[in-house]
Design a protein around this ligand. Structure first.
Ligand SMILES: Cc1cc2nc3c(=O)[nH]c(=O)nc-3n(C[C@H](O)[C@H](O)[C@H](O)COP(=O)(O)O)c2cc1C
Length: 399
């Protein structure tokens, strides 16, 4: 296992304008929280171990699905996170599977994302773009009437969220090997576009409900060729994509996000037949030296405490993985600090807490209460519930 914390490194920290601000904040603190320790990811120095987790917000409402100054402001407001992971972003037209979510496959989208990266970098922050493909979670309405693509012609029985409202998913079309290779090329192009747009790296969205997770699934992948059947075959698509991203970025600027226990009914009730596949993936990842592996833990309401205790994600996968591990899922400040102290994770990400607390890092540093986000505006709406959550400014003195 990697060392739990990196020592505070004056050499890299002094290069960053926010450092003196951060150092003052640390001096004011009675306790030194692991969350506020800096960490080095490859050659990228992060001022703390708090990441903003990817969140689809359904606010990119132009026909080009290109980010605008509103997205730039939203991310800029949250730039004191050690690292921002953007909302899942489509790598191609075929990848689209949710309304008003941005892409990274046109010049207009690249230029839109440049607004975002400039704004975040202007505040001394760092930002990775999350790359996604919806596969069978898409719908003909997104694809000019075409049927969505998938490892096999199996309906995931999910809901597709279209501009016209929710619709049940349909039976998708099985991809040919040549089409699979074309999708890998689309990921590569998207990674190159992310570089042009000024991102610091990319995160590969391989958790439910992505096309990659559909390939990893026992239920949705019924293939008998090189992309189905054995564990190695089911994981082939994922590793081909990772190789393509690494070609563009180098391994230390690529992260991978998995949720090993979530299945396609959105339920986590055991037994989970794909667990051996995820063990294989995580063990193989050790040779990849990625920026970090981002694992999500989620206890669904239908999962009994006993079953949950048996299959905890971080306890299961930390011993298998040698690189940096980012933990996510229902974490409070205390739980997150405890996870870092225990060595089960090296960084953590917060999703929902970042919606209503753009200054989450400062609130954690000063032990201030967190504002509660309104679920009605998580995925839909305009500026309300998006860019209007205030920071505590000025921060009240720490008590
Ligand atoms: C509104 C919303 C949108 C989300 N969109 C994404 C996404 O685009 N990509 C992704 O990997 N996870 C997505 N997630 C999952 C979050 O990244 C995170 O795993 C989840 O909210 C649990 O973390 P939390 O308990 O800190 O909120 C989304 C979650 C929410 C609430």
């Amino acid at each position: 296992m990697k060392a739990k914390y990196f020592t505070f490194d004056l050499h890299f920290a002094s290069k960053y304008t926010r450092f003196s601000e951060f150092a003052n904040q640390m001096k004011r603190q009675p306790d030194k929280q692991p969350l506020l320790e800096p960490i080095q990811i490859g050659d990228l120095p992060l001022t703390n171990r708090i990441a903003m987790a990817s969140m689809t917000r359904g606010r990119v409402k132009n026909a080009a699905i290109a980010p605008t100054p509103v997205q730039a402001l939203y991310y800029e407001q949250r730039a004191t996170a050690g690292l921002i992971l953007t909302e899942g972003t489509w790598i191609s037209r075929q990848a689209i599977g949710y309304a008003y979510v941005p892409g990274i496959f046109t010049q207009e989208q690249i230029e839109g994302w440049q607004l975002v990266t400039n704004a975040v970098h202007g505040q001394g922050g760092h930002i990775f773009l999350q790359l996604g493909h919806a596969g069978s979670l898409s719908h003909p309405e997104f694809l000019d009437g075409d049927v969505p693509v998938a490892p096999s012609a199996v309906n995931p029985n999910f809901t597709a969220f279209l501009p016209s409202g929710p619709q049940p998913t349909v039976v998708p079309r099985e991809l040919t090997p040549a089409e699979i290779r074309a999708i890998v090329r689309d990921y590569r192009t998207a990674a190159q576009n992310a570089k042009t747009a000024g991102f610091d790296g990319v995160e590969l969205h391989a958790q439910h409900p992505s096309l990659i997770a559909q390939f990893l699934s026992d239920t949705l992948n019924q293939r008998t060729d090189a992309y189905g059947g054995s564990t190695a075959n089911k994981a082939r698509f994922l590793f081909e994509i990772l190789d393509a991203l690494i070609e563009v970025w180098g391994s230390q600027r690529v992260s991978l996000r998995l949720n090993p226990f979530l299945n396609y009914s959105g339920s986590t009730t055991a037994p989970e037949p794909t667990l051996p596949t995820y063990r294989y993936v995580v063990e193989k990842l050790n040779a990849y030296h990625l920026a970090f592996l981002h694992l999500m833990d989620r206890r669904e309401p239908d999962l009994a405490e006993e079953a949950y205790a048996q299959r905890r994600v971080f306890e299961t996968f930390r011993p298998l993985y040698n690189g940096l591990l980012m933990a996510n899922g229902g974490l409070s400040q205390d739980k997150a600090n405890a996870l870092l102290r225990s060595g089960l994770a090296d960084l953590v990400s917060f999703g929902v807490p970042y919606i209503a607390n753009p200054d989450l890092v400062e609130r954690i540093a000063h032990h201030r209460p967190l504002a509660q986000a309104d679920p009605a505006t998580f995925f839909v709406g305009d500026d309300e519930g998006y860019i209007d959550y205030p920071a505590l400014n000025p921060l009240p003195a720490s008590t």
